[in-house]
Design a protein around this ligand. Structure first.
Ligand code: ADP
Ligand code: ZN
Ligand code: ZN
Length: 730
């Protein structure tokens, strides 16, 4: 193969283009597409990825610089994965380099080897002739090395105690030389399967066989099953079939910190090496896990969002657990993408089946089932003997409540506790109370930097903003008039206190982000519930994430009303999902469960359809509403957002951008409008919404518009971003 004249390199810069370089003067490796290279860039050196080869550049040859070195002997991205990354860059309108940066672990982005390199030391001829008796430690190390004709690696030298210092001396004196080689991954275990799972229910069998029959071709499935219906068991069986074919599995989960149980279940079942990729890893751990993907050692890759880019070799199946979960969408900063949607594309490109699992599928996914694009597999029953819980509404306008807990709820709790059951109390707010108010002048503690109130954290004696992190001492008196202050409303901390007063002697556990701060905290709380040491669990959404508490028989949803009246068109979907997910914690064991939902709006159509016809009933109503209002999935939207230290600055930028846009019949522009929470972290937010009936014209429109927006001269403190398929319209 002749060397290409020009290498087109993707670099992590904000510029939406590739950069031309000449091949390196001395090439150690061929600069194949998908390999990393180190290049000079201005005064820096950057690591980029070879995107393509070209015959000529638009720049004169004298202006082109040479690649400094090619870092990989083999591409770190195969053609399919590279194509996915390229697609992601164009679909989300990001520079290719930015997407590549998200796809590579940090250390790989700074040039770390993609494979583990093994150094071996050999005795030299010079070493063989010298007498080292006067340096006993050097002598011992040398003797060990000289006795090994294939050389010795670090792990063999470790037996000699501190060998590094004497070895350094031996190398310096020329008695020992070293050679480096790529460490081959250990041979896979003879059997990748440790244990067979339980016999499957008929519905589980149907699901596993359908997925299995689709092997080696693209086939999207929705595995729709209530919590506890045995979805994970289906994943395990489907993965097992692929492992037996010698292929690998990619399993995506929303938040790995919250799902240690899933990792444990894979480890329990398989001897197949498992790579776990999530944001809680150190850079070194992340690099090590990524390397086991590159080398092919890992047979199962389990990870959060960015693991959708993991370089899995010989991919056989993709699983997206809890596909409805919002954390699959990166929506906060930088490269905003949906890992679930990219997983779908990756499966398509790789020609493999993909399973989206959920008890509460997103409306998008349900619509894809309705149009026949995805195959629905249902697990309508609970595994084992468990039966679905009974649900009832408590009308808060009719029943007295003590600190947010109604009398019927208290009575039900007494009943279940007396019956040896456990009780889960859900409230979607952490802290003690969401409001601190003056008893005299009406002052309410505001966040200085947000359109929000500060939350009382009584235990910590702090006032905190849950939007920007502002943190201040908790005052006892009104700063405005000096009168006493009052804590208004409830959060988990206060509910825990109230329950302790209502049920003296009953052990209570709390689960929220204030309790779970470091590794092991979650396991500790979950352990207390699982062992029965705690009888009541109070928690936020965190309680819904994948835990199996078989003895919980009663779930009380303290307040279902937040979100029922939000301006965000996705809010009802999220409320329904949370209620169903929380309710699903009840009655997972052999005892039947009961769910009580407290609300001031028992006649709200959403609650009514949810209670009368379950999530399916709700989804039908909600999809019809979306269609009537022309919201996704019946249209496609993109948000152009801006923020600045003043609202006019943000709005002005957006208005300017809007003026630059060419009129289009296919794309509707709305705004600029201030965001629902306009002021956040001392910045003002506004947005322009783009809406279209088809994707293609919307993307053509964006491709023409974005370069124009980039040309707008802005002050340095203005920030803007583009969000394709936004899931939150703040
Ligand atoms: P999901 O993922 O839908 O919440 P799981 O797969 O975790 O459901 O199953 C719930 C519980 O039922 C688990 O304890 C699991 O081990 C058990 N289980 C699942 N399928 C079976 C089966 N076919 N036979 C016996 N137990 C099963
Ligand atoms: Zn006051
Ligand atoms: Zn704030």
């Amino acid at each position: 193969m002749t060397a290409p004249a020009i290498l087109r390199i993707a670099l992590d810069t904000p510029l939406r283009r590739l950069f031309d370089y000449l091949p390196p003067k001395i090439a150690t490796h061929a600069a194949a597409i998908g390999t990393r290279v180190r290049v000079p860039f201005g005064r820096q050196r950057l690591v980029g990825v070879v995107h393509s080869h070209a015959e000529r550049s638009d720049l004169p040859k004298e202006k082109l610089k040479s690649v400094i070195e090619v870092l990989d002997a083999e591409p770190v991205f195969d053609a399919q994965l590279f194509a996915l990354i390229e697609f992601a860059a164009s679909y989300y309108h990001q520079p290719m380099g930015v997407v590549l940066a998200a796809a590579l672990p940090k250390l790989a982005r700074t040039g770390a080897e993609s494979r583990r390199i093994l150094t071996r030391w050999f005795a030299t001829a010079a070493g063989a002739t010298v007498d080292l008796k006067r340096a006993p430690r050097q002598h011992a190390v040398f003797a060990a090395i000289a006795a090994a004709p294939d050389g010795l690696a670090a792990d063999a030298l470790d037996a000699l105690g501190d060998w590094r210092t004497p070895l350094r001396a031996l190398v310096a004196r020329g008695y020992v030389s070293s050679a480096e080689s790529v460490e081959e991954p250990p041979a896979p275990p003879a059997d990748l399967i440790l244990k067979r799972g339980p016999g499957l229910s008929p519905e589980q069998s149907v699901a596993v066989e359908a997925i299995d029959a689709a092997h080696e071709r693209f086939a999207p499935f929705l595995l729709y099953g209530i919590t506890g219906s045995g979805k994970t068991e289906v994943y395990l069986h489907a993965v097992e079939r692929e492992l037996r074919r010698g292929r690998r599995a990619l399993v995506l989960v929303p938040e790995i910190g919250l799902t240690p149980q899933l990792v444990a279940r894979f480890r329990e079942r398989f001897t197949a090496p498992l790579a776990v990729l999530h944001s809680g890893l150190t850079d070194t751990e992340r690099l090590a896990a990524w390397r086991t993907c590159v080398s092919g050692e890992a047979r199962i890759v389990l990870g959060t969002r960015s693991a959708v880019f993991a370089p899995v070799v010989n991919l056989g199946i993709i699983i997206v657990d809890e596909e409805h979960d919002a954390s699959f969408k990166q929506h906060e900063s930088g490269f905003r993408y949906s890992a679930r949607d990219l997983a779908m594309l990756r499966a398509q490109r790789a020609g493999v089946p993909i399973v989206l699992g959920s008890a509460t599928p997103s409306l998008e996914t349900l619509q894809n089932v309705a149009t026949g694009r995805y195959t629905r597999l249902s697990l309508p029953r609970r595994a084992g003997q468990a039966v679905p819980p009974r649900a009832a509404v408590i009308d808060l306008r009719e029943h007295a409540a003590r600190q947010g807990i109604s009398t019927p709820a208290v009575e039900a709790m007494q009943r279940h506790l007396a019956d040896d059951g456990q009780v889960l109390v859900y409230i979607n707010r952490r802290g003690y109370s969401p409001t601190l108010a003056c008893t005299a002048c009406g002052w309410i503690a505001p966040c200085r930097d947000c359109d929000a109130r500060l939350t009382v954290h009584l235990g910590a004696q702090r006032l905190r903003c849950h939007h920007c992190g502002a943190d201040a001492p908790l005052p006892e008196h009104c700063p405005q008039c000096g009168y006493a202050v009052r804590h208004v409303g409830q959060g988990t901390e206060r509910v825990e206190e109230t329950l302790a007063a209502l049920f003296p002697g009953v052990s209570i556990a709390r689960l929220d982000r204030d309790v779970v701060r470091k590794r092991g905290d979650l396991e500790e709380v979950v352990g207390r519930i699982a062992s029965g040491a705690a009888r009541i669990l109070v928690g936020t959404q965190m309680v819904t994430k994948g835990h199996d508490f078989p003895s919980v028989t009663l779930v009380v949803v303290l307040n279902a009303d937040q979100g029922l009246f939000s301006t965000d068109f996705r809010a009802p979907e999220r409320v329904a999902q949370t209620i169903i997910q929380v309710a699903g914690r009840a009655g997972r064991g052999t005892k039947p469960g009961e769910v009580m939902i407290q609300t001031e709006y028992p006649d709200h159509p959403l609650l009514k359809s949810l209670l009368a016809a379950g999530y399916d009933g709700f989804a039908g109503t909600a999809l019809a509403e979306r269609q009537a209002a022309n919201w996704p999935p019946f249209s496609y939207i993109v948000a152009l957002r801006a923020s600045a230290p003043t609202l006019p600055a943000a709005v002005e930028f957006l208005a300017h951008a809007r003026k630059l846009a060419r009129a289009s019949r296919d794309v509707k522009l709305l705004g600029p409008a201030p965001a629902a929470m306009t002021k956040r972290a001392a910045r003002y937010h506004a947005q322009v919404l783009l809406e279209a009936a088809e994707r293609a014209p919307l993307h053509r429109f964006l491709a023409a518009w974005l370069p124009q927006i980039e040309e707008i001269k802005t002050s340095r403190d203005l920030r803007w971003s583009i969000d394709v398929d936004p899931i939150e319209l703040f």
